[in-house]
Write a protein that binds this ligand. Sequence first.
Ligand code: NAP
Length: 268
Amino acid sequence: MNIMITGATGQLGRLIIDHLLQQIPQEQIAAGVRHPEKAVELMRLGAEIRYVDYDVPEGLADAFSGVSRLLLISSSHPDDGIRLAQHKRVIDAAAKAGVSHLLYTGLAFPKQGAGATGNVHTLTEQAILESGLEYTFLRNALYIDFVNVLGLQEAVRSGELVTQPGDRRFNSVTREDLALAAAAALAGSGHSNRIYELAAPQTWSFSDLAAALTALTGKPVAHREDAGVKHWIYSFLDKINTRSTSNDLEHLMGRPVTTLKDSLVPFI
Ligand code: NAP
C-alpha cells in the first residue's frame, strides 16, 4: 500500500504525515507538494517528495503512479470556482493513474449550510462519486483558529470578551485532531466508501469561551454582547453549520477531542 498526501507542506498535511510516519513504513508515504523547496524537512523525515500542483495538470497522473490511497487536501485558493477546477484535475489524474482509493478533506455538514448544493466541497464529492473510485469523505469541522480574530488576548487583559449579539454555538476542532483522524483513515481498513463528519461531540458558546479563557489564564473573563462589534467573521459563521455534532472524529482518533480550553493555548 502506497499513500500520498497532496498539500503536504500545508499545516494539516504536515501533521498527517507526522502521524503516518508513526504508523507505516516511510517508504510507503509520498508527499505531494507544489513548492519542493518547502519540503526539505519532509524529505529529511523520509517521505518521498513528488511534484503536485493542482494548476499544472501535465504530470499529475505520473505523480500519482503507484499510489493506492491518495488524500486530496482541499485547495486553499480563495476562489471556489478555481478550487473546484483544481480538485477535478486531481480526481481525473487519480483515475488515470490507477489510484484505487481517493480520500478528500471537505467541510462538515455541508448539506445543512447556506448554498449547500453549490458549494465547492459538495461538488468535489460529487465528482469523486462520479469517478467510480473508492472514496472516503473526511468532512472537517471549523478549525479553532477562527477565535484568533475575536480579540482573546485583549479579553484576558481587560477581563471582558465582547462579541456581536446573537444566539451562536460553535463546533470547532484542532488540526492536530483532524490529522490524527485522517491518518487513521489512510493507514487503517474499513474506511472505503464512508463519509465522516469530523466534528466534536459538543458545541460551545461565547460564554463558554470566556469561561475557558478564565480557566486557562486564571484571570476572570466575562462575556458581553455589543451591537457595535463589527467583523466579517460573524457573517461568515452565520453562513455555515457550526451547531451540528458528531462522534465520527472521536471514533476515528480513538480518543476524546481536544477540549476548548486546551485548544485555546496557541492563541493566548
Ligand atoms: P494551508 O496551511 O494553507 O495549506 C494548504 C495546502 O494546499 C498547502 O500545502 C498549499 O501548498 C496547498 N496548495 C494550495 N494550492 C495548491 C495548488 N494549486 N496545488 C497544490 N497544492 C496547493 O491550509 P491547512 O490549514 O493545511 O488546511 C487545509 C485545507 O483546509 C485548506 O487548503 C482549505 O481548503 C481548508 N480549510 C479548512 C478550514 C476549516 O475551518 N475547516 C479553514 C481554512 C481552510 P503551499 O504549501 O505550496 O502553499
